[in-house]
Design a protein around this ligand. Structure first.
Ligand code: FE2
Ligand code: FE2
Length: 170
């Protein structure tokens, strides 16, 4: 095994968080889709794909370093939102939680001098900066639009850099 044993449990937990985030973003996408807010729906469907990709990165890394990951079930998710701002605020809070989790994983890897895990996790450190910025910008846009959600739709459509990696081609 190339990584420290102490990383295995927390890595499995992270796989669960990433899959949960993926499913949560589908719930948020469906909320927007039902409102015929197509761009916002598309944005969250894409975010969902990204989160699945994050989970897969952890799965491949664990297998590569000599451990079989535990594939988790999906926990209960939030499906009801009081407003579009509420849904995006929820997404932002979720990203904040994931950022804390990634930071904790990095600290753990440092404490165990696990450079393989640390190197692997740096990609996620960068990714979370991006994700927090993206979600924060979207929330601010919704607030600035003052209830005119068609303005938000236009913003999301015209700002592919704020519409996830799938659009920017990364
Ligand atoms: Fe993620
Ligand atoms: Fe994310």
């Amino acid at each position: 095994m190339t990584i420290n044993k102490a990383m295995i449990g927390p890595f499995n937990e992270q796989i669960k968080s990433e899959f949960a985030a993926s499913a949560q973003y589908i719930a948020i996408a469906a909320y927007f889709d039902e409102m015929s807010l197509i761009e916002l729906a598309r944005f969250f469907y894409r975010q969902s794909e990204e989160e699945r990709m994050h989970a897969m990165k952890f799965i491949h890394f664990m297998l590569e370093t000599g451990d079989r990951p535990t594939i988790p079930g999906i926990p209960e998710l939030k499906n009801d939102f009081s407003s579009p701002a509420d849904a995006v605020q929820f997404a932002l809070d979720q990203e904040g939680t994931v950022t804390d989790q990634i930071n904790n994983l990095v600290s753990l890897s440092i404490n165990h001098s696990d450079h393989s895990s640390n190197n692997f996790l740096q990609w996620f450190v960068t990714e979370q900066v991006e994700e927090m910025d993206t979600m924060n910008t979207l929330l601010q846009t919704i607030k600035l639009a003052g209830g005119n959600l068609l303005l938000v739709e236009e913003f999301v459509r015209r700002n592919p850099q704020h519409a996830g990696e799938a659009l920017s081609g990364e």
